[in-house]
Design a protein. Structure first.
Length: 249
């Protein structure tokens, strides 16, 4: 299956740092998903589900959840933690579920990795008419000085790694005339409280950092650690962006 080289290097063999360090999603964002079709007895696909950070909340809402993830290490961890989910290997461009079988498709921290046009066609295929699509990102709040300083450090490693902030993933939505109504955005404040060591791992869990050669990664993370507040617990601020649309009826 086609997976971006950076993602494969970062998470192809181990997903432990990702699972330990990445935050979940604020309750308000999960509540909003109910307006898009999430609920008891709904059929939901968590696409590029990773280790199941969002999948957990979908299951807690009573939905029948299929989690599709291309990388074995992430899929294995997801299966271990969430046996309630139906876990399948697949990509956004080739989703292994039947036509018009889903009420909602969610994509957390991942839509920017896709071939957006091909993925959107596949998502339209598997959604029922009127079904919802939500693309969600926890975005670091870099209005906080120390967060902005760390961004300057780690962005040097990004190179050509895809980013949701580029907006390239939105182009098929903006082209118009497709099977979806116009894209909307909701935002929510979110804070992750972690130890100092885990705070460093939050930044180590960025794909383009995790994919670095070990010596380069260690040196970069030492510089990151210098910027993390010298407190026992660290609050990492996020703005959760939830882009949503529906398949036309």
């Amino acid at each position: 299956m086609s997976v971006h080289e950076t993602a494969s290097k970062a998470w192809g063999e181990s997903a432990e740092v990702y699972e330990r360090a990445r935050p979940g999603y604020p309750p308000e964002a999960i509540e909003f998903l109910h307006e898009l079709g999430l609920g008891p007895d709904s059929d939901v696909l968590d696409l590029a589900a990773g280790t199941g950070k969002l999948t957990r909340a979908l299951i807690a809402a009573g939905a029948r959840v299929t989690a599709v993830e291309p990388l074995f290490a992430m899929r294995q961890m997801l299966q271990q933690h969430l046996p309630e989910a139906t876990v399948m290997e697949g990509t956004a461009e080739k989703i292994p579920v039947p036509d018009e079988s889903l009420d909602l498709v969610t994509v957390a921290q991942a839509f920017h990795w896709f071939d957006a046009a091909a993925a959107l066609n596949e998502i339209a295929r598997v959604l029922r008419p009127g079904g919802g699509l939500a693309a969600i990102w926890n975005v670091r709040d870099e209005s906080v000085d120390w967060m902005a300083m760390i961004r300057e450090l780690i962005e040097e490693a990004r190179a050509d790694t895809p980013s949701h902030q580029s907006g390239d993933w939105r182009k098929p939505f903006e082209a118009g005339g497709g099977p979806f109504v116009p894209l909307h955005l909701e935002t929510f404040r979110h804070t992750q409280e972690v130890t100092r060591a885990d705070a460093v791992d939050v930044f180590a869990s960025r794909s383009y950092v995790a994919a670095l050669p070990e010596q380069d990664r260690s040196a970069l993370l030492e510089r990151v650690a210098e910027q993390v507040p010298k407190t026992e617990l660290v609050e990492i601020p996020y703005i959760t962006e939830l882009y949503w649309t529906r398949k036309s009826t």
